[in-house]
Design a protein around this ligand. Structure first.
Ligand code: ZN
Length: 873
């Protein structure tokens, strides 16, 4: 059934309080929910019917104000429980029985490594008890947990521990109370054999908060980085937004089986262990940064998400877009701002633009869905964050902060909409955001066509901009967007010619379909630096010569745009090579391009991380979007040709960079040290890209693997080796496996490296790895590391024209549909864009999508995506 945003009705009944009791038993947990309901005075519906959501559980009994209801006094179906209470205020007791062990969907209450945990967002609470499972019903929760003392020494829920004790029979209990009313999606329970790592944080008003990270004992030493990150995040939210933590204890729990990254349950965040655990030996620099970002993200939700929550799930970006923006800004302040921005923009370009141009395209605030889990997307999260960022740009930091203050002043304790957020921003700043709001309602990536002209005699530069936006499913015509466009003009020596409010950068506001902007007093022909910092999530059509791009790469004062120029330049060169291969012509590498890269390598690198990023060629998944009909084989060959040519032509420069940056003293995860490692490892990857492989370099690479004192360097070397066939490859992979066999997170890397290898028998290897004892289809991290990595991260081999990759993925999706529909649906994404490929591949993919749709008991999750993908044909 499709749900529509316009059908929103305020709830007819509200909940004053809920008292939950869990009698934990592995296969048969009994949940008693005592809930006080009252008619909502705001509601205009008076059906008198109380409709509670509930799925996948056994209803034991229902009592209304203490009286047990007979079977004919309520209706119960596979999805809900309906009764007519006949009073305006009453207490309902619902007793249900659930099986956490059999719960492989990982929604509701489930077991991971023998420990109990929950995931209720968005609609998992309805697998625990019958309840109005919607975010606009806020209630005070009291939770009593009873469990076995041996297997569950730790019993946790939201809020404060108010009571605990013994029950006899080896069982004990704990009672938790959360003083803040919350929607049930923020409920959490954890029980199991866990150890706690403790710390404290003193808020600026002087309150001492206990910080506790709970993990399995084997992971005790892997929590320091997460704890440090948490404290930094708490400090940052006070410094930047004046927001303090509000309970006496803040807890994080790490579990191995988790569908997403982490969850912001009030006072009790539950994390995928991948987003918590780290040590230099077992985690890469990217892992460290990722953990810092996710810990902060979930912490920031305490205000943007929990204190102010969403009225309905169409408003998901209200909390997610805003919280992603906040975590991005936090990470920019902790690390390199330019590097952070490039990473965030790459995600938009590689994945969000692709989603926006495919059958699943949807606005930041969607209008309809079948399964809300399918809308936890890069559009809602990351494009949503760009929308917040644009408001930040249009208002300026000070007025944006005023807008945030007003948002909290107005809506603390409420469940609100994206409109409410924008209204607070507009009211606090006086900026008219009426047109801007189209970013929430119109899907698709706007295209901005740019032409600039310098009028010598008038000493004037004129910029003409035209915007358009392609049709998306259900949205044919689009109204023009309000787009902040940050520009700079550089003189021949690379100096900024504009004096804008952000040194040298002027923010233009494009509102019309066509609009011109004029810059007086421009005495020489400038070089245009367009869309600085990626000030809006748009595609730019701008003809810039290679000379201009090389100039920008060397001189732009906007570091982001330096990277952009580098990436544009390599995109042009790779795509030209691909075109020659398609025409059966001999590819040649443009010598000006080689010169630009050489100059880049020879310049003293002030920011090594930035140089490393500028040296990387755009990903095949990004380049594929630039082709009218994607040609996976020539795309891969063309990109590899450029890589191997650069490798031979610039071998000395790469070797010098490698040697200059190879010194590893004490391991640090400072931006400088991470930048040095990434530059060194990019150089190594180029050196190893030479065809045929240089023996001395190969030995160097194996030496790096053998001697690496940190995972970043080990993985970098290993990933070069896995791309080259031979006995040593097998030996090193075997060595790594043996060394890390007991660490599931490190083994994920081992699975991924094999899955993304360009070697011819990769699919066969991936298929063999499904049977590896360390692999499990029940663990989402493993599924992503092996199957996800092959299908989404190995464009070349997945799209093999035999169709074997498509059939392989389809088999896995059908398997997962029965156990974990959310993950099954996520795995579908590489098949959704089938229309971008040639007729042979189109046909192969379409047949697999049809095969999926023919499956019995197809979940709504998988159905929605497969159906929409086929309809797009
Ligand atoms: Zn979030």
């Amino acid at each position: 059934a499709t749900r529509r945003r316009e059908d929103y009705r305020v709830p007819e009944y509200l909940v004053e309080e809920i008292r939950l009791t869990f009698q934990l038993y592995a296969e048969s947990t009994v949940v008693t929910a005592d809930t006080v309901y009252a008619v909502n005075q705001q509601s205009t519906d008076c059906t008198g019917r109380l409709q509670l959501s509930g799925e996948n559980m056994e209803l034991v009994e229902v009592r209304l104000d203490g009286r047990r209801l007979e079977a004919d006094e309520f209706e119960v179906s596979a999805m809900d429980l309906i009764l007519v209470p006949g009073k305006d205020r009453f207490e309902l007791q619902v007793v249900t029985r659930i099986d956490p062990v059999a719960n492989t969907a990982l929604e509701g209450l489930y077991c991971s490594n023998g420990n109990y945990c929950t995931q209720c967002e968005p609609e998992g609470f309805r697998r625990i008890t019958y309840f109005p499972d919607r975010p606009d019903v806020l209630a005070r929760f009291t939770t009593r947990i009873e469990g076995d003392r041996q297997t569950c020494p730790v019993l946790l829920s939201n809020g404060n521990l108010i009571e605990s004790g013994e029950l006899g029979n080896g069982r004990h209990y704990a009672v938790w109370q959360d003083p803040f009313p919350k929607p049930c999606y923020l409920f959490a329970l954890v029980a199991g054999r866990l150890v706690a790592i403790d710390d404290t944080f003193t808020t600026r008003s002087g309150r001492d908060i206990a910080l506790r990270i709970f993990v399995e004992a084997r992971n005790r030493d892997l929590c320091d980085h997460a704890m440090r990150s948490l404290k930094k995040a708490m400090q940052w939210d006070e410094d930047v937004y004046g927001l303090e933590y509000d309970l006496d204890v803040f807890m994080i729990v790490a579990v191995d089986d988790f569908n997403m990254g982490a969850m912001e349950n009030k006072g009790l965040n539950i994390f995928n262990s991948r987003c918590v655990l780290a040590s230099p030996q077992s985690a890469t620099d990217q892992d460290f940064l990722g953990i810092e970002g996710v810990v902060a993200h979930e912490y920031f939700h305490n205000w943007t998400g929990n204190r102010v929550t969403c009225r309905d799930w169409f408003q998901l970006s209200l909390k997610e877009g805003l919280t992603v923006f906040r975590d991005q800004e936090f990470s920019s302040d902790m690390n390199s701002r330019a590097v952070q921005r490039i990473d965030d923009v790459q995600l938009i370009r590689n994945f969000q633009f692709r989603e926006d141009s495919g059958p699943m395209a949807h606005p930041v605030r969607p209008d309809a869905y079948v399964e809300i889990n399918n809308f936890y997307t890069v559009t809602v999260y990351n494009k949503g964050a760009e929308v917040i960022r644009m408001m930040h740009t249009l208002l300026g930091a000070a007025d944006f902060r005023k807008g945030m203050d007003l948002y909290f002043a107005r809506h603390d304790g409420q469940a609100v909409t994206c409109d409410d957020f924008v209204a607070a921003m507009a009211d606090a700043s006086g900026v008219d955001l009426g047109q801007f709001k189209r970013w929430y309602s119109q899907a698709g990536t706007p295209v901005v066509k740019v032409s600039g002209q310098w009028l010598a005699e008038k000493r004037r530069y004129v910029l003409r901009l035209r915007q358009s936006c392609p049709a998306t499913p259900g949205q044919d015509g689009k109204e023009p967007f309000h787009i902040p466009i940050a520009v700079g003009l550089l003189d021949s020596r690379g100096r900024d010619m504009l004096n804008g409010d952000r040194d040298g950068t002027r923010v233009l506001e494009l509102r019309e379909r066509e609009q011109s902007f004029s810059f007086p007093d421009i005495g020489e022909k400038p070089v245009l630096s367009f869309l600085r910092g990626f000030s809006a999530p748009v595609k730019v059509e701008l003809d810039q010569s290679r000379e201009e791009l090389a100039f920008l790469l060397a001189h732009d004062t906007d570091l982001f745009n330096r990277w952009y120029a580098a990436s544009k330049l390599s995109e042009i060169v790779v795509m030209e090579t691909v075109a020659r291969l398609q025409a059966n012509a001999q590819p040649v590498l443009d010598s000006d391009f080689v010169a630009a890269v050489r100059a880049n390598l020879q310049r003293p690198a002030s920011d090594k991380a930035l140089l490393a990023l500028a040296l990387q060629l755009p990903a095949e998944t990004y380049l594929a979007q630039q082709m009218d009909t994607v040609d996976p084989v020539n795309l891969h060959r063309g990109r590899e040709f450029v890589r191997s040519q650069l490798s031979s032509l610039l071998a000395d420069e790469f070797r010098r960079i490698y040697d200059d940056n190879n010194e590893e003293g004490e391991y640090r995860i400072t931006p400088e040290a991470m930048g040095r490692r990434s530059l060194k490892n990019v150089a190594l990857a180029y050196l190893m890209a030479r065809v045929p492989t240089d023996e001395e370099i190969y030995a160097l690479c194996c030496g790096q693997y053998a001697e690496a004192g940190n995972m970043t360097d080990a993985i970098a070397a290993l990933s070069c080796v896995t791309r080259i066939e031979g006995r040593r490859r097998q030996e090193i992979l075997h060595h790594f496996y043996t060394r890390w066999q007991a660490d599931p997170l490190v083994l994920d890397k081992w699975f991924t490296l094999q899955a993304v290898s360009p070697l011819a028998d990769t699919l066969a290897e991936v298929t063999r790895l499904l049977a590896n004892p360390s692999f499990s289809m029940k663990n989402p991290n493993k599924v992503r590391a092996l199957i996800g990595a092959f299908c989404s991260g190995n464009h070349y081999r997945f799209h093999d024209v035999s169709g074997a990759g498509y059939a392989f993925l389809t088999d896995r999706i059908i398997e997962l549909n029965a156990t974990n529909p959310q993950i099954a649906a996520r795995m579908l994404s590489p098949l959704t864009v089938w229309k971008r490929y040639d007729p042979v591949r189109q046909d192969l993919i379409r047949r697999q999508l049809e095969r999926i749709l023919a499956v019995d008991n197809l979940s709504g999750d998988v159905y929605e995506i497969a159906r929409k993908s086929l309809q797009a044909g």
